[in-house]
Every structure is written in structure tokens, then in C-alpha cells.
Design a protein around this ligand. Structure first.
Ligand SMILES: [Ca+2]
Ligand SMILES: [Ca+2]
Length: 206
């Protein structure tokens, strides 16, 4: 048996916990023309997650109270995304949607929160702040753009009312870009290729 210190083992186990996203995250935000609005939600955890109990909350124009959209209680497989769109969106976007809801009608200055049983697990924007027309940074702003979560983001933004700089965790694409909808790329690792999975741990001890 190879020698493996307790600290080494703990490091491996910690690596396992770090290897996936900690909960669902918002992986894409579509603030397009007309009613082309959508949110993509990604399951980067190691477990199938049923979306029952999850909501998208919309906080409009600096409001501190929200309109909640319950997600359909369907199973979201590991590595898969769920797309919520406005029902009046263009057909190309609707074809990519798993669920539609008319309350998904933000327009750049509205904060969104992904919550589970009312507890925030991720957010976009800053609840309680009306930024005018949009939040902005050097790369762009939150109106008339598609924003994709950066691959290195492995946990949600659960502090819903602090400063929001969209450049930190999001990359910008032109208005009405839908080519990234339906899949998400991250480099948080996965169970299959994680060197600290139980399988490789057992192999290490063998
Ligand atoms: Ca935040
Ligand atoms: Ca995507």
C-alpha cells in the first residue's frame, strides 16, 4: 500500500468537494430584442437535481420584492441545462426552451435570483438597486446582450444585494445570440475525470 498521509487524503477529499459546482447556477442570460428573454440553468453538481422547489425571482427596477417563477418539477441530469424563456420569444429561442413563462420579461435593469425554497442559490444583478437602464462594465452591459457565465464560475452568487460587476463572472455576446443556449462549458471538473473521485481513491489505496 502506498503511503498517503491524512493531510493528503483530506486534500483529495476537499478536491472532490471542489470539483463540481455546489448547486445549480445560472449559466446564460438572454436580454434580446422584443420578447427574446431567456435564462439557462446548469447542473454542474454530481447529482441529478429535481427542479421542484426552485424558482427564478425577478426583482424589477430596484424592487426588494419579487415575482417568482416556479420551475417545472423535472429532473435535470448532471451536466445538462434547463432553459426558461418568455413565451413570446422568437421561434428559434422557443425551440430551445424547456419551459416558458410570461413573467420572464426583464429588460436589463432587473435583478434575477435563482432560489430553492426561497433561499438564494445564485443571482444576476443587484437586488434593491435600479441601475438606470442596465448594469455595465468594460465589456458591455446587461441590455441587448446575451451573457454567458464564465467557465471558471463553479458556485452561485448568493449575495443578492452587493455590488454587481457583470464582467467578473460573465462574457458578452451580441444581441439575440442563441448559439450557446442548450449547453454550458465549465472547467470545474467532473466526477468522471476527477482524479480525486472515490474510484481513484480506492485505486490509490489498493
Ligand atoms: Ca452578488
Ligand atoms: Ca449556454
Amino acid at each position: 500500500m502506498k503511503s498517503l498521509t491524512v493531510i493528503g487524503l483530506l486534500t483529495l477529499l476537499a478536491g472532490t468537494a471542489f470539483a463540481q459546482t455546489s448547486d445549480l447556477i445560472i449559466s446564460e442570460y438572454v436580454e434580446g430584442s422584443g420578447d427574446n428573454k431567456a435564462v439557462e440553468i446548469y447542473n454542474g453538481t454530481e447529482d441529478v437535481i429535481n427542479l421542484g422547489g426552485y424558482t427564478i425571482e425577478r426583482y424589477s427596477n430596484g424592487a426588494v420584492t419579487s415575482i417568482a417563477i416556479p420551475l417545472d418539477a423535472v429532473d435535470l441530469d448532471v451536466g445538462e441545462v434547463f432553459v426558461l424563456a418568455n413565451p413570446l420569444a422568437t421561434g428559434v429561442l422557443l425551440a430551445l426552451a424547456d419551459q416558458t413563462n410570461g413573467n420572464l420579461n426583464f429588460n436589463g435593469d432587473d435583478a434575477l435570483v435563482l432560489a430553492f425554497n426561497g433561499i438564494p442559490v445564485d443571482s444576476f444583478g443587484r437586488v434593491g438597486e435600479d441601475p438606470g437602464s442596465y448594469w455595465s462594465c468594460d465589456d458591455g452591459n446587461t441590455v441587448n446582450h446575451t451573457l454567458v457565465r464564465r467557465p471558471g464560475v463553479c458556485s452561485g452568487d448568493t449575495v443578492i444585494d452587493d455590488l454587481f460587476d457583470p464582467c467578473v463572472e460573465w462574457s458578452f455576446q451580441p444581441v439575440d445570440t442563441f448559439t450557446g443556449i442548450g449547453h454550458h462549458n465549465e472547467d470545474c471538473g467532473s466526477v468522471a475525470d476527477d482524479a480525486s473521485s472515490w474510484g481513484s481513491l480506492k485505486a490509490t489505496f489498493r
